[in-house]
Design a protein around this ligand. Structure first.
Ligand SMILES: Nc1nc2c(ncn2[C@@H]2O[C@H](COP(=O)(O)OP(=O)(O)OP(=O)(O)O)[C@@H](O)[C@H]2O)c(=O)[nH]1
Ligand SMILES: [Mg+2]
Length: 715
């Protein structure tokens, strides 16, 4: 026995309204023994008689709980928030195992049992883990960092936090957060920095220098192209090189000379300027990756974190290079008393399109809840709407939208400025929020995203606990979906077990299996139009900011704000999704028709499980297509230096047609390399078989792998 069990015993005794002495009397023991048991010092018999003495329903169910043998899942803590579901899953798994070990399993049920087992294991693994991310995504300067800090208690002083000055992370007038920042609970205040590669830093330096250089010669230059990196990166690099931009007065007048421009005058040749700027970074001295607070005072720790973070985020810390990702640890819980381990992720502001590899990765993370932060006036911001449309086209995971919410960020006065349709103003903030949320819902509905939840929050006026409650509810509902799916699976297990010896039920299963098998034969090869995977990429090239396209061509297609391989993968995924969805619709129709047949009643639970699984097979298939496209093009396109050089060189030459030019060059490359496309088609065809057809045959009870053998069984 451990102290956790002891503490739980004491809790159950308290809840039963009994004292240690009363329990001792009932157990005919002395009180010392009871307090020892509650301290974790007792054996199974002690615990059993202790709970017996209490005799409450809770004591009885706790006794049951202690009897569970954890053979299939790792034993969870007794305080696990989904303990009931986990117990049910463990028991369900044990029943399936006993059934399969029996040796007399009818073939028609073996595949079914395997499928149910796999589903239960997956739900168990999901629920067992307690970690979840809350991710803040949104356009530059909307207030992501501020909202995240308020919600997670990352403030120097909670009492004065409403003035928004004491945020522990860097906030400002926009373009402040430099990279993905992940905040976790740990032992002490600390920061870990994953640096940008030196190669990339030098590339960025070249861009800063080229920008400075062009500006100096602005009169003679004929182009309006910008050859510099994003503002926030330039700021950090200039600080690292001790060449900060001079401050501006309130009217925007520059106060004083620009040291980088002075340097450019000193080194009139661009290459020399780049070399000098790069040398000034002293990258070789910036090798530090982690730093922690060694004091004890929590307030001082918070202040230390704020100043250290701000220094690193702005390139002002001498020991650190340009961060690519920062992990912050704080010695407190970000959502206390939830029994979960929550991390908060603050992302770099969306500049143009939110369709970025980092944001997509968060969105697809099954354990993450993404908050699409939007300006009050335009919520849901167009970039958020585009992102939602993009993921629904390129991803088959239907639960993805349950993990997303739109957060409309209000500033003072925003709520009260709302008007009812009648033209009357909102009477109070709550009414103003309701009106706004109604508008957000309408906008979401218009793009087919009904069901995505929305929330309104004002970081300076609202209680951060409201946002926390919203986020927590979101996470709980995501977990609940898993728990409910597990319950449905367990019901199907029980239905299967209770029918295993009934001839009629076996016959029903055979009918159902035969129907599924015939369906698998019919759809063995996937038909349908095949738009090339690169179409999506080419469209993106023509719509993204030219500077973003240029930056990607300078990096052989991989830039944080535009990744060619991501679009290729998603292009293939979108095609795969379109083609498979028709088949899934057909499968759904067959299953629904079997479900409405009363003679097949004993197979209904199983049929529902097949449907749920088909969705998962579909996800597998779509992901496989994405993976194959990225893998196939990775090498040849990454190495196509001629192509990239040509695309890069066109920038600034004729601005009007730059993106069209790149699009045309890319298209020509894909047409020249048509064999890659053919290889992709072959791999997608194979993925269809392995991800969808084979598992369907298995579940149908046809263990045979080949369609020929399957057809013999059928006939
Ligand atoms: N008045 C008011 N100002 C706010 C509110 N939320 C954020 N701000 C201010 O808006 C500015 C931008 O806030 P940030 O939290 O840095 O925004 P962000 O979205 O993280 O910005 P980037 O990291 O630059 O993309 C800061 O000056 C904040 O103080 C709010 O609710 N009310
Ligand atoms: Mg920020």
């Amino acid at each position: 026995m451990n102290t956790e069990t002891g503490a739980m015993l004491a809790e159950i005794r308290d809840a039963a309204g009994m004292t240690q002495r009363q329990v001792a009397e009932r157990m005919s023991a002395n009180q010392t023994r009871i307090s020892r048991i509650e301290a974790g010092d007792g054996d199974d018999t002690d615990i059993a008689s202790f709970l017996d003495a209490l005799g409450t329903p809770r004591a009885r169910s706790f006794a049951d709980l202690l009897k569970v043998e954890w053979l299939r899942l790792p034993q969870p803590s007794l305080r696990h928030p989904d303990l009931d579901a986990l117990v049910a899953i463990e028991r369900g798994l044990a029943r399936i195992r006993a059934f399969l070990a029996d040796g007399q399993v009818p073939t028609v049920l073996a595949g079914q049992a395997e499928l149910l087992e796999k589903r239960l294991e997956e739900a168990g693994r999901y629920l067992l883990a307690l970690d979840h991310d809350v991710v803040y995504v949104g356009e530059i300067g909307v207030g992501k960092t501020t909202a995240a800090c308020r919600q997670a208690g990352l403030v120097i002083d909670a009492a004065t936090a409403a003035d928004l000055k004491g945020m522990m992370l860097d906030t400002g007038g926009g373009r402040t957060t430099l990279c993905d920042v992940r905040i976790e609970t740990g032992e002490r205040f600390a920061l870990t920095v994953e640096p940008t590669s030196d190669e990339e830093v030098y590339k960025l330096v070249a861009e800063v220098c080229r920008g400075v250089h062009e500006k100096l010669g602005a009169e003679s230059s004929s182009t309006s192209a910008e050859f510099k990196p994003a503002e926030e990166v330039e700021r950090a690099l200039r600080n690292m090189a001790k060449l900060p931009r001079p401050p501006r007065s309130r009217k925007g007048v520059v106060a004083g000379p620009d040291p980088a421009a002075d340097l450019a005058r000193q080194y009139p040749k661009l290459d020399d300027l780049i070399a000098e700027f790069a040398a000034r970074l002293s990258l070789w001295r910036r090798s530090r990756r982690a730093i922690e607070f060694d004091g004890v005072d929590p307030k001082a720790g918070r202040q230390w974190l704020r100043s250290t973070f701000t220094a690193i985020n702005n390139g002002r810390h001498e020991d650190f290079s340009l961060p690519a990702r920062i992990t912050v640890t704080v010695p407190f819980s970000l959502i206390p008393n939830a029994g979960l381990a929550i991390a908060v992720v603050d992302t770099r502001g969306v500049d143009g399109s939110a369709v970025r590899p980092d944001i997509l990765a968060h969105l697809k993370d099954e354990r993450a809840v993404t908050l699409l932060c939007s300006k009050w006036g335009s919520a849901p911001d167009p970039s958020a709407q585009n992102l939602l449309t993009y993921v629904t086209e390129t991803d088959a995971d239907t639960s993805l939208l349950n993990r997303v919410a739109v957060v409309a960020l209000a500033r003072s006065g925003d709520a009260l400025s709302m008007r009812h349709d009648s033209g009357e103003s909102a009477e109070d903030v709550t009414q103003g929020y309701d009106i706004k949320l109604g508008h957000v819902e309408d906008a979401l509905q218009k793009i087919g995203m009904q069901g995505v939840e929305a929330f309104a929050f004002d970081a300076s006026a609202d209680d951060p606990a409201d946002l926390t409650a919203f986020v927590l509810e979101k996470i709980r509902s995501v977990r609940k979906v898993q728990a409910e799916a597990a319950r449905a699976t367990i019901a199907a297990v029980d239905q299967m077990l209770s029918n295993r010896q009934e001839a009629q039920a076996i016959a029903a299963m055979q009918t159902v299996g035969g129907n599924l098998e015939r369906f698998a034969d019919r759809h063995h090869t996937l038909r349908g139009a095949r738009r090339p995977a690169h179409d999506r990429l080419i469209t993106a090239v023509t719509t993204l900011h030219p500077r973003t396209v240029w930056a990607a061509t300078r990096r052989a297609g991989r830039f944080w704000n535009f990744d060619v391989f991501q679009y290729l993968g998603d292009g293939a995924a979108a095609e795969a999704k379109v083609r498979s969805s028709e088949v899934i619709v057909g499968l759904t129709a067959i299953i629904e028709s079997d479900q409405s047949n009363p003679e097949l009643a004993s197979a209904h639970g199983f049929l529902a499980q097949i449907l749920a699984n088909a969705a998962q097979w579909d996800v597998d298939f779509v992901n496989a297509a994405r993976h194959h496209a990225a893998a196939i093009y990775h090498e040849p396109l990454g190495r196509a230096q001629d192509l990239w050089d040509r695309c890069e060189a066109a920038y600034g030459v004729s601005m009007g047609g730059y993106r069209d030019r790149v699009a045309a060059d890319l298209r020509a490359w894909f047409e020249e390399n048509v064999e890659l496309r053919e290889e992709l088609d072959r791999r997608v065809a194979r993925a269809w078989e392995t991800s969808v057809i084979t598992p369907l045959r298995r579940a149908a009870g046809q263990t045979a792998e080949t369609p020929v053998a399957a057809m013999q069984l059928d006939g």
